[in-house]
Design a protein around this ligand. Structure first.
Ligand SMILES: C[S@@+](CC[C@H](N)C(=O)[O-])C[C@H]1O[C@@H](n2cnc3c(N)ncnc32)[C@H](O)[C@@H]1O
Length: 287
């Protein structure tokens, strides 16, 4: 059965999860536009049941719960205890939403229960994505729909490409991850995503690009916004883990280089960076 290796689970329960929770409000502000595009593709209606995979601190689950109303229900599933704790703390009492700590690739889920399988950037971390999507399909009603948003490749996402380029030669190189290794960019190849969903038994797979400019840094002045963009890079996400392990002199040099890397991005009291994603939709066959 598909499942995640212990390291990654531990990381979402440790550094990655804790850092995400610290920056949750900022990350939600940056990611909302992408989540909204995926929610529009999902088109939830009153009374529907939604499974939100890798729901994190739960913003998309709460938006979905408002759309399906009290007659519907949203189940947000995430492997990270700190993220689910934040989601529960943010959820209003009167909303039809439940959060559960579980590995979505193997969690016991009710058979044929959900109208929609949704995710905002939460499905790129499975060791065996085909097995995971096949497992989750069993929780969908016949004819149920899938809608999720995932990043395209790193080369198109300057919020990662620029700092990665800037620290080259300063931070000792780590062995490059295989392009299909679980991680934020593992669904960058549109053909691979289509193959995974088709092999997992879904039909009507459609994958369309969606781009939006995100305020990666914000501040009272442009200088403050650049500092903020550097802080975000050092504070959360895959690079923050690499940088946290470096001695102070390397971190200081990396900080200067990352700031210079962002200097060409537009914005007056912000650092605006394009986010390049896929909006993916599919369907569970009717029978
Ligand atoms: C990039 S975060 C996105 C969180 C949230 N959807 C959002 O947009 O704010 C990815 C999330 O996927 C979760 N995750 C990773 N592997 C998972 C798995 N196998 N089952 C459930 N959640 C998982 C992580 O714990 C993390 O919260």
């Amino acid at each position: 059965m598909a499942e995640q290796t212990g390291d990654r689970v531990a990381d979402w329960n440790d550094q990655s999860g804790e850092r995400w929770v610290i920056h949750q409000a900022r990350l939600d502000a940056m990611l909302a536009v992408f989540g909204q595009a995926a929610i529009e593709a999902a088109a939830p209606t009153t009374g529907e049941r939604v499974l939100d995979v890798g729901c994190g601190a739960g913003e998309s689950s709460l938006t979905l719960a408002a759309l399906v109303g009290r007659k519907g229900q949203v189940l947000g599933v995430d492997i990270s205890e700190p993220m689910i704790a934040r989601a529960r703390a943010l959820a209003p009492q009167d909303m039809s939403v439940v959060f559960r700590v579980a590995d979505a690739s193997r969690a016991e889920l009710p058979d044929g229960a959900f109208d929609i399988l949704f995710s905002r950037f939460g499905v790129m971390f499975f060791d065996d994505p085909t097995g995971a999507f096949a497992h989750m399909r069993r929780a969908l009603k016949p004819g149920g729909r899938v809608a999720f948003v995932c990043w395209r490749g790193m080369a198109e996402n300057d919020w990662m490409r620029l700092p990665v380029g800037a620290i080259k030669g300063i931070v000792p190189p780590t062995p490059p991850a295989a392009p299909e290794a679980p991680g934020p960019f593992s669904f960058g190849d549109q053909g691979r995503v289509a193959r995974i969903l088709t092999a997992a038994g879904y039909t009507d797979v459609a994958i369309v690009p969606f781009d939006a400019s995100i305020p990666f840094g914000k501040g009272e002045t442009r200088d403050a916004a650049l500092d903020d963009a550097v802080n975000m890079t050092f504070g959360v996400g895959p690079l923050s883990r690499v940088l946290a392990d470096q001695p102070d002199d390397i971190r200081n040099r990396a900080s200067v280089a990352v700031r210079a890397g962002f200097a060409g991005c537009p914005g007056e009291r912000s650092v605006m960076i394009n986010g390049a994603t896929w909006i993916v939709t599919a369907r569970n066959p009717a029978s």
